[in-house]
Design a protein around this ligand. Structure first.
Ligand SMILES: Nc1ncnc2c1ncn2[C@@H]1O[C@H](COP(=O)(O)OP(=O)(O)O)[C@@H](O)[C@H]1O
Ligand SMILES: [Mg+2]
Length: 173
């Protein structure tokens, strides 16, 4: 994991409904820039793929194009207003299977990476990640998103996302 800078911003967003998650996705689509790494974490069924799908729609993916989880292929590519790679690393058996996917190089050339189950691999993906942790309450009735940045680039993207959401980003003290 990155050492979290002492001034790293974070935000806590309530997701009372699917439309609240779509609202977050639209803000994220406005907040990200080429070369950003966004890591989606949280348990199975938390809404990671749902959030990715809504973000892709907000970036211009037509409704007729389905978004499925890249569970077996590991990566799906989308050439939209920005080039976006959606990865799901749940089935990545070993660390050394990651590099051949070329995600880090794609990122370096400006693709946005949206990576489910990416937390253990943040360093290999080039660090400085905006992590969105989806938290589901015990009865699965309410959800929250915890956004945090681990570097300067992700902090800027988090700030833009929060500004678009009209949510105030907090700073660690
Ligand atoms: N507020 C919400 N945000 C996102 N998904 C929600 C929400 N409320 C209910 N859901 C449902 O939860 C499920 C999340 O599934 P999915 O996105 O595939 O999870 P994950 O990728 O985290 O395993 C979807 O069926 C979605 O319709
Ligand atoms: Mg998923």
């Amino acid at each position: 994991m990155d050492p979290i800078p002492s001034s790293a911003p974070w935000a806590d967003v309530a997701l009372e409904s699917r439309s609240a998650t779509k609202h977050l996705a639209r803000a994220l689509a406005e907040g990200v820039e080429p070369g950003d790494l966004v890591i989606l974490s949280g348990p199975l069924g938390a809404g990671k793929t749902f959030l990715v799908r809504a973000t892709l729609r907000a970036l211009g993916l037509p409704e007729r194009e389905r978004v499925t989880s890249p569970t077996f292929s590991l990566v799906h590519e989308y050439d939209l207003r920005l080039r976006v790679l959606h990865a799901d690393l749940y089935r990545l058996a070993q660390d050394d299977e990651l590099d051949p996917l070329g995600l880090r190089e794609e990122r370096a050339s400006g693709s946005i990476l949206l990576v489910e189950w990416g937390e253990p691999h943040a360093q290999r993906l080039g660090a400085d990640a905006l992590t969105i942790e989806l938290v589901v309450s015990a009865r699965a009735t309410t959800r929250r998103a915890l956004l945090r940045a681990s570097g300067a680039r992700s902090a800027a993207s988090l700030q833009r996302t929060c500004a678009s959401l009209r949510v105030r980003a907090e700073r660690r003290t």
